[in-house]
Design a protein around this ligand. Structure first.
Ligand SMILES: Nc1ncnc2c1ncn2[C@@H]1O[C@H](COP(=O)(O)OP(=O)(O)OP(=O)(O)O)[C@@H](O)[C@H]1O
Length: 487
């Protein structure tokens, strides 16, 4: 049976779901057939995570119907979804950090049995190691390590490997919610190849990503969501990156990196660092990119630069440096605070008079940035966790940019940000750089790195190449990232 004639594995019809006043789903319909990869795209807050959480059994729609293999489903939940073969890799990594990879595998696969005896440990170990080896050969992950000790990319790999692993109840539909957001190009390529293998063998995948070329090259069908509804749906071949971008309702023009790049080698040097291979420097007003395979020392250098320039933990009126954290759940957001409090915390020095926070100045500043960076919320006093993942990331951006710090360090900051907003944020970075602010930007997306004025490529903890102006392109970055490895 071809994907077109097979009955859908799962059908969500006319689903409506509200969170208070927010219509997260507003009549959305989505069918998933066996043997197909469905690319799901849309702006931040469009409802993508919400609809996959309905399919995953974590959320029950207020209205609408659900059918599994053609039959209406009355009582659906996480257990029923698991029994149907639905597996999910969440956007916010959801493994237990204090348990090992093996123990987390046991949690995902209830069928591995009870905690009594040690039998399940060796089975779980075999299952997860086989899956990791198949999908990410040479991954270097010790399955006995606690998840909290792994890098964000390794956690993402472990979670992906768990979703595709078979402990007796094989996966039939794997939902990947922004699975490549922390993976470099090589790891992302390995995952996309796994998606195609799984689909070609009859499995189904829902693939959510803001990286349009990944969606177009990997999906059979693309579904576009906007404001809680499906607004376009075509075979992947029926879209180009531009038409997909338009269908999402985005308007920002694509940036012309070559035109925007500036030669600032004669401007004063603001940051300098030695001892990590080639010397690093960043000039005033420069956009400096850090790249190379993920986990090769880029974040460590950003942290070193931050420690050098930040005196202590007190918010200063004139901070020398601001930081946009990459792992937003672990060290970016304050989970129990409102959106406004999360935004304002780095600018309190500016927003305080005689030791008291000026609430109306905080609210004004928050409203200004809400509009400038389009944070999708009705009220900045809502809890931060009420925002979609991409919108939380925008708050972290706004937090750093709203300070007066002349240097902003960014650790893969566009993770989960939709493509329209990325372009807008890039324009904001350019405006701010023209005002002589310096940005050091680590990114796992080569396309983003190519927007910078100067780029440093990292390998094994050291800077192995410096690229400026016309030298900045994907081929040079890849060559430097792998130099000497082919031999
Ligand atoms: N627990 C919640 N409480 C309140 N509002 C919520 C909650 N979860 C989601 N929302 C809202 O529902 C809407 C849809 O969010 P959803 O996470 O589905 O968007 P998304 O398309 O996945 O976005 P992103 O690309 O940023 O991940 C958003 O407006 C979001 O703020």
């Amino acid at each position: 049976m071809t994907p077109d004639t097979a009955p859908p594995l799962i059908e969500v019809e006319q689903a409506r779901l509200r969170f208070g006043a927010v219509k997260a789903l507003d009549g959305a319909t989505l069918h998933i057939r066996p043997g197909e990869c469905v690319g799901l795209v849309g702006h931040n807050g469009a409802g993508k995570s919400t609809i996959v959480n309905v399919i995953n059994g974590a959320l029950t729609p207020d209205e609408g119907t659900l059918r599994a293999e053609g039959a209406p489903v009355e009582r659906y939940g996480i257990k029923a979804a698991h029994a149907l073969g639905v597996r999910c890799v969440f956007q916010e990594l959801s493994l237990c950090p204090n348990l090992t990879v093996i123990e987390n595998t046991r949690i995902v696969h209830r069928e591995l049995g009870s905690g009594r005896g040690l039998g399940w440990r060796s089975t779980a170990r075999r299952i997860i190691e086989r899956s990791l080896d198949e999908i990410f050969p040479g991954h270097g992950i010790d399955s006995r390590a606690t998840v909290g000790s792994l890098s964000i990319a390794q956690r993402q790999m472990a979670e992906i490997a768990m979703a595709f692993s078979d402990a007796g109840a094989p996966p039939r539909l794997v939902i990947l919610d922004e699975p490549t957001s922390s993976l470099d190009a090589t790891l992302a390529g390995q995952l996309l190849a796994q998606v195609r293998r799984f689909v070609d063998a009859g499995g189904s995948v829902i693939f959510i990503s803001h990286i349009l070329h990944e969606i177009l090259s990997t999906s059979d069908r693309v579904v576009v969501m906007k404001d809680g509804n499906v607004v376009a749906e075509r075979p992947a071949g029926g879209f180009t990156a531009d038409s997909l971008f338009e269908a999402m309702g985005s308007v920002a023009k694509p940036e012309n990196a070559a035109q925007a790049r500036r030669d600032l080698s004669s401007a004063p040097v603001l940051l300098e660092q030695r001892g990590r291979g080639l010397p690093f420097r960043a000039h005033r007003g420069e956009l400096v990119g850090l790249t190379g395979l993920s986990g090769h020392g880029q974040t460590e250098m950003l942290l070193e630069l931050y420690r050098q320039r930040s005196g202590d933990w007190l918010p200063l009126r004139d901070p020398a440096v601001a930081f946009v954290a990459g792992d937003r759940r672990v060290n970016g957001i304050f989970h129990l605070w409102s959106i406004l409090e999360n935004f304002a915390v780095a600018s309190l020095g500016d927003l305080t008079r005689r030791g008291l926070v000026n609430d109306s100045a905080v609210a004004d500043k928050g409203d200004g940035w809400k509009r400038r960076i389009e944070i999708r919320t009705q009220d900045m006093n809502n809890p931060i966790l009420s925002l979609s993942g991409g919108n939380q990331q925008k708050v972290l951006f706004a937090r750093a940019l709203a300070t007066r710090a002349p240097v902003v360090l960014m650790d893969d900051p566009m993770r989960g940000v939709d493509v329209g907003t990325k372009r807008e944020v890039y324009q904001i970075l350019r405006e701010e750089a023209a005002g002589e602010r310096t940005f050091v930007w680590y990114s796992t997306e080569t396309e983003e790195v190519c927007l910078c004025d100067r780029v440093y490529v990292f390998r094994e903890g050291e800077i192995v190449a410096e690229l400026v102006g016309e030298e900045i392109n994907e081929a040079n970055i890849l060559a430097a990232s792998f130099q000497g490895e082919a031999a």
